[in-house]
Write a protein that binds this ligand. Structure first.
Ligand code: SAH
Length: 262
């Protein structure tokens, strides 16, 4: 008989859905719990942001289902993903639903958990290091700093009705704004923030493929953001950090300072 290495040792007729955060990219930033669940899972449903090296940690022979290949036109609709998770769990299978970063930060984990609960399927949520934390650490940009920021906001830059969303006061003195999915809409974002009274020269950092081998950290002012995105051909996934902390660990500033003392 096959042993069930999943925590809880469920053997009942209904499987459990594990909503698991895969972290920001670097496989070393996976939690031990995520790694253990992957090793035990017979079915892994993953999205497009998960590094192949993490997928390779699943046990040999596990069924691997990709539901949202990045930049693919064959992305499964959210309702279909929910239905897949519920169907598999009701058939008795434990399912690891692996998501980039943390499942509850812009990961639609809430919707999947609701769908499972509504169908009577047990759910466990395993946190992952969100790309916001991963990017900040890798770029050495502290999201809070006693001298610069004591409030951090996470916003989605690409969502229904961006222009109608009230971002007033989210950025500015003493605050850090982290924008997910904001590359394609960077011009609108800049316009929106400047219209809200944010200074055009507030520091901005764009962190592309954070924690991955080909990570880039690019800097500009708010006014220069969309030019930077265009001229550097910034690719998804990338985060935009806006606020005084975005100037921390900036080599261009350091180089200018060094030049000034020479
Ligand atoms: N649940 C994820 C976010 C999913 S939304 C998390 O907690 O990180 C997808 C967005 O996350 C991307 O558009 C990008 O803005 C950001 N993102 C994810 N991985 C990233 C990475 N390695 N580097 C920079 N941004 C990343």
């Amino acid at each position: 008989m096959e042993s069930n290495p999943l925590p809880g040792g469920r053997k009942g007729p209904v499987g459990t859905v594990y909503l698991v955060g895969a972290g920001p990219g670097d496989p070393d930033l996976l939690t031990l719990r995520a790694a253990r669940l992957l090793l035990g899972a017979s079915l892994v449903v993953h999205d497009g942001l998960v590094d192949p090296a993490i997928l390779a940690m699943a046990r040999p022979g596990a069924r691997m289902v990709s539901v949202a290949k990045s930049r693919s036109r064959h992305t499964m609709k959210q309702e279909e993903i929910n239905a897949l998770l519920v169907r598999e769990a009701l058939a008795g299978n434990d399912v690891v639903r692996l998501k980039g970063g943390d499942p509850f930060v812009f990961g639609r984990g809430g919707e999947e958990a609701e769908a499972c609960r509504a169908a009577g399927v047990p759910v466990e949520v395993v946190p992952g290091i969100s790309s916001a934390m991963g990017a900040a650490a890798a770029a050495q940009i502290p999201l809070t700093h006693r001298d610069h920021a004591s409030i951090v906001s996470f916003v989605a830059g690409q969502c229904k009705g961006l222009s109608d969303q009230d971002w007033s006061g989210l950025a500015g003195k003493g605050r850090t704004l982290v924008i997910f999915m904001g590359i394609a809409t960077s011009a609108q974002i800049t316009e929106k923030l400047i219209a809200d009274g944010l200074a055009p020269d507030v520091p901005v950092a764009v962190i592309e493929k954070a924690t991955c081998a080909d990570m880039r950290v690019l800097r500009s002012s708010l006014a220069g953001l969309s030019h930077l995105v265009e001229s550097e051909r910034v690719q998804s996934p990338a985060l935009i950090v806006i606020g005084d902390v975005a100037a921390e660990n900036d080599n261009t500033i350091r180089a200018a300072a060094l030049e000034a003392v020479q």
